[in-house]
Design a binder for this molecule. Structure first.
Ligand code: HEM
Length: 471
């Protein structure tokens, strides 16, 4: 049987299939809504409270357990869809009807400019085709050795924490590492000296974008100032200036493709800026959180750490041969997959319906919003045994074929699946391999760490590690 990770890896119909209209003509339901799933009789206040609840993810898992894997909330006009077969259908087969919603596109577009993550149709297709070759496994593998050495150097500096016994703020350190990595990938520049500046700007813009994606900000016009709006605006402008400076130097191939499109295809400088900001943003926010969560899980699994250590020690010489890291370090890949199952860095994927549509006996209404949560889907008890248990064996060669399509979606599926998937996985394996080969580590946080949905899945406090240098 096809499995999701394999499925996602082999979705090489780049990206022409995405523009092909679905052959399924959507039936037009004539009777009331919803059909085929419960309508939760929540009042406006209860719906509002649901959106504001923290940690949101736990509430969403309770919705699944109490009411089923597809539910409709009338006040929000939103379907929570966590049934793998329907998730798969929505994201992959009916992507022409379930599109990225205008609210998401507007808020994200205003925050960072229009780019791959906000666009649909020909504009989206143009960029995806232009840059996709640079994100393929072969291109990523070509730079895996230099990436490995770079991360090795950065992680060596954690030794100070090991020697002093002061726990390491691994969330902060990994943020810098992943920002440097995307800087190297895009600009041939590790952004040294700019890391804190960029972090500050990104944090301010993200916070404002988040405030505007939740009530009451959601219901206010964009021009209406919220606390922090002025500073977020200044940060956005500062980031634009920085980007202009960075692209004037020697850039990587992805940026060169984008620059060529300005020179030859009549694309504007504003278009270039939006695409660049999108890649810089998506290329470090998600992967740094994903790596921090991975450390969080592995820090609590000493046996897993020892097995990882054995694998990297036995493959050390092979790192230099230029083939893909996930092939050389299969157990590392299993651990990354399992960390992304329990803590998917993108906890929520949204769509809006542009016409009525039936999927799997459920009638979805035009203009309704769809909230798909990888976090919840990855905990669906019918598809994952003991879902809260960290178990990399779920992704072993003999087990992964039995994973149901649509039940493992950290990078989504379909034409809008994450373009940076192979880059992110390769970086996470690199971080993991370099950490376990040098250190044994345990979790130093004393409070329970909860998962919060801030567009990326963030921990309720930074992750801290207690490190011991391996002899
Ligand atoms: C572990 C890290 C990452 C996770 C979990 C992740 C997850 C996702 C998900 C779920 C989507 C689909 C969103 C949707 O369908 O609406 C997506 C899209 C996207 N991701 Fe990632 N991502 C990660 C890392 C990266 C990296 C390193 C890049 C590099 C630039 C990147 C760039 C993008 C872009 C540009 C899109 C939009 C793709 C399109 O619509 O064509 N992501 N990502």
């Amino acid at each position: 049987m096809n499995n999701e990770p394999h499925d996602a890896l082999n979705e090489s119909s780049e990206p022409s299939s995405s523009l092909t209209p679905s052959s399924n003509s959507a039936p037009r339901p004539t009777s009331g809504y919803p059909q085929g799933c419960p309508r939760l009789p929540f009042s406006a206040a209860a719906s509002y409270a649901l959106l504001r609840a923290k940690p949101e993810q736990d509430i969403w898992v309770s919705l699944l357990k109490q009411h089923g894997d597809i539910v409709y909330l009338p006040w929000l006009n939103v379907y929570f869809v966590d049934r793998p077969s329907v998730v798969h259908e929505i994201l992959k087969k009916r992507h022409d009807v379930f599109v990225r919603g205008p609210a998401f596109r507007a808020s994200f577009g205003r925050a960072i400019g229009r780019g791959l993550i906000t666009n649909e149709g020909t504009e989206w297709h143009f960029t995806r085709r232009l840059v996709h070759a640079e994100f393929k496994p072969k291109s990523i593998a070509d730079s895996s050795l230099s990436t490995f050495r770079f991360v090795q150097n950065r992680i060596a500096s954690w030794e100070d924490s090991a020697k002093s016994g002061v726990p390491l703020d691994v969330s902060a350190s990994l943020y810098h590492i992943h920002l440097s990595l995307i800087g190297k990938f895009l600009f041939n520049n590790a952004l040294d000296g700019l890391l804190d500046v960029i972090h500050g700007h990104v944090t301010r813009v993200s916070a404002e974008t988040y405030r505007r994606s939740m009530p009451p900000g959601l219901f206010l016009p964009w021009w209406f100032p919220l606390p922090g709006s002025k500073r977020a605006h200044e940060s956005r402008e500062q980031l634009r200036v920085l980007l202009r400076q960075l692209i004037s130097t020697d850039c990587g191939p992805t940026i060169k493709h984008l620059q060529n499109a300005v020179a030859k295809d009549g694309k504007s400088e504003q278009w270039l800026e939006g695409e660049l900001m999108t890649l810089l943003w998506t290329g470090h926010e998600t992967s740094s959180q994903a790596s921090a969560w991975m450390c969080f899980h592995v820090a609590q699994q000493q046996e897993v750490q020892e097995r990882l250590y054995e694998e990297i020690r036995s493959m050390e010489d092979a790192i230099a041969d230029g083939s893909a890291l996930d092939e050389k370090l299969p157990y590392h890949k299993q651990v990354v997959d399992e960390a992304l199952r329990l803590s998917p860095a993108v906890p929520r994927v949204g769509r809006t319906l542009i016409e009525d549509c039936e999927v799997d006996g459920v009638l979805f209404r035009k203009n309704a919003h769809i909230a798909i949560s990888p976090y919840v889907v990855h905990r669906h008890p019918e598809y994952w045994e003991e879902p809260e248990v960290f178990d990399p064996e779920r992704f072993s060669a003999s087990n992964k074929d039995s994973i149901t399509p649509g039940s493992y979606i950290p990078f989504a599926v379909g034409p809008h699946r994450c373009i940076g998937q192979h880059l992110a996985v390769s970086q996470m394996i690199t971080v993991l391999a370099n950490t376990v080969r040098k250190y044994r580590f345990t979790l130093a946080n004393t409070n329970p760490v909860k998962a919060l949905d801030h567009a990326t899945l963030v921990p309720s406090e930074h992750i801290y590690l207690r490190l011991e240098v391996r002899k």
